[in-house]
Design a protein around this ligand. Structure first.
Ligand code: Q46
Ligand code: ZN
Length: 299
């Protein structure tokens, strides 16, 4: 494996070692975890989240934190995709010896993603994002975890950055942090340990470790808005290795602090949702409002 970004040739034995050290540096640089922390890893069974679980399980002993994992059964594709996702994640967690939880959103909130897509006029991935963000935080809070880890990669962060620049979504842009501190007491912080890791390195690590991750894509993936930015950014990185890292580092170091200062007092303060108690910018949170609409249409 030739790591072009670091001009570093690595053999099969040393590449996993290098990759784990890189993730460890990210965890330490942004103070994502501390000794004694209980970390819940969100695993869909796909390449990125499965690899994240494997790397965090590896680092947990040395760094002194605990790891467990959770998979949301979203009810996608008449359940066929979600079933595969749940089974894959359960198998990977079992092989790694990690405590695993599966949570069905139909059982917990009364509807599947397919039902929500039919009931509400909103792109599937936008609904899915809202459901996942809410449900994962909700589950981590209920189980008393200190942190919730997600498999967002450097490529994902660069893509979100660019799409937020294009649409001038300043509130979304300022939230693109490696660590989001607890918004209210009892709410776990959200961490992105792959904030500085490229997907090509994650894939190489997964393959060298023999991880049997889910290769089938979600049936809604084709509808994802701004997906063309992915190939544009891949092309940029191929031509100029290190470009995505420079873009994201520059954002964290220079642009975000300036943006945060500019937005001070301009964004609504978060408070507990009057229905569920989760952080909300209004009286009732976006998830509770969406859930009410979906359940109404289903009844
Ligand atoms: S699961 Fe959900 Fe993805 Fe499927 S509906 Fe879109 S966002 S594509 S990571
Ligand atoms: Zn709510």
């Amino acid at each position: 494996m030739f790591v072009r970004q670091a001009n570093l040739p690595l053999c099969e034995e040393h590449f996993p070692w290098w990759f784990e050290r890189k993730v460890e540096r990210t965890l330490r640089r942004y103070k994502m975890v501390g000794p004694g922390d209980r970390v819940l890893v969100a695993v869909s069974g796909g390449k990125d989240s499965s690899t994240l679980l494997s790397v965090l399980a590896e680092l947990s002993g040395k760094m002194g934190f605990e790891v467990a994992s959770v998979t949301l059964d979203l009810g996608i594709g008449g359940n066929s995709y979600s079933k595969l996702s749940v089974e894959t994640a359960e198998t990977i967690a079992r092989k790694l010896g990690v405590e695993h939880h599966t949570v069905s959103i139909k059982d917990k909130y009364g509807f599947t993603l397919d039902e929500a897509v039919r009931a509400v006029r909103r792109p599937p991935c936008s609904l899915c994002g809202l459901i996942k963000r809410y449900a994962l935080t909700d589950v981590a809070r209920e189980m008393g975890f200190d942190a919730l880890a997600t498999g967002h990669t450097l490529n994902d962060v660069a893509r979100f950055l660019l799409s937020s620049y294009i649409t001038a979504s300043l509130a979304e842009l300022v939230r693109l942090t490696p660590v989001s501190a607890s918004e209210l007491p009892g709410i776990p912080r959200r961490i992105k340990p792959f904030y500085e890791s490229l997907e090509e390195h994650i894939k190489a690590y997964a393959d060298l470790k023999g991880l049997k991750y889910l290769r089938d894509g979600c049936p809604y993936a084709r509808t994802a808005p701004m997906d063309f930015l992915r190939s544009f950014l891949d092309g940029l990185e191929a031509r100029s290795p290190g470009m995505l890292n420079a873009m994201v580092r520059g954002y964290v170091k220079h642009i975000r602090p300036a943006l945060e200062a500019y937005l001070k007092d301009k964004l609504p303060e978060l408070r507990p949702c009057s229905k569920c108690g989760m952080p909300s910018s209004g009286d009732v949170c976006a998830f509770c409002r969406m859930r009410e609409r979906v359940l109404e249409r289903l009844s």
